[in-house]
Design a protein around this ligand. Sequence first.
Ligand code: KIV
Ligand code: NA
Length: 268
Amino acid sequence: AVRRLAAPDVRARKGKTPVVCLTAYTAPMAELLDEHCDLLLVGDSVGMVVHGLPNTVGVTLEMMILHGQAVMRGSKTAMVVIDMPFGSYEGSAEVAYANATRLMKETGAQAVKVEAGPTIAETIDYMVKRGIPVMGHVGLRPQAVLVDGGFKAKGKAGDERRRILEDAKATAEAGAFAVVVEGVAEGLAREITEAIPVPTIGIGASSGCDGQILVTDDMLGLFDWTPKFVRRYADLRGEIGRAVAAYAEDVRERRFPGPAEIYFAKAV
Ligand code: KIV
Ligand code: NA
């Protein structure tokens, strides 16, 4: 029987083979990614990528549950991790635990991810001790956009650098099975990777991490703007634009549908 990769499998990849991760929000995309990826993240980036929100602050638990269910239906072997949205875990460990178990029960996903600020280690420890695999997320923390005033690379100044390293260490010590490291310079990414015993999953954090993740829609070229760290492996935006323009012209010229595309073409 095929089984999904699980948190201990991902953890055991430290120092061995890179962990391949991408985001997924829908069943058909999850199905396409599943055979190539170790881990699919139902990221709260879904709010910006799919729902047109300006940042991830407006994402709800209900949105994460619906997209988590879709990704679980579409995938078979990848580990599926769901982001805990802003407001669902910061208040207390008890609230975080209740919301994490709801995410897992209602979707079947195997783990949750939390953005790890200074007070979150206690919450991670509380959840892990009660059976919830937790992934951390340090460096650029998109849910902190309103206090940070934008999405900016992190760890340029010395004290910020130390704080991020401390966040990563505290997250790993609290029992996280892996830590996403976002938007930091290569030196800091390598320092974190050497300092913690669980895999670091980089995004905009150099090849010095134990694995990589990108927002799938970014790497497929669905947006006209992407951050510097994204490599575009396809130009789906151009491809879709060409397809839709061709369809529109065919409809206007009455070239679509043709004889092969209608019912009962041969009858009558
Ligand atoms: O929400 C998201 O997509 C993420 C990853 C890019 C790490 O948190
Ligand atoms: Na996220």
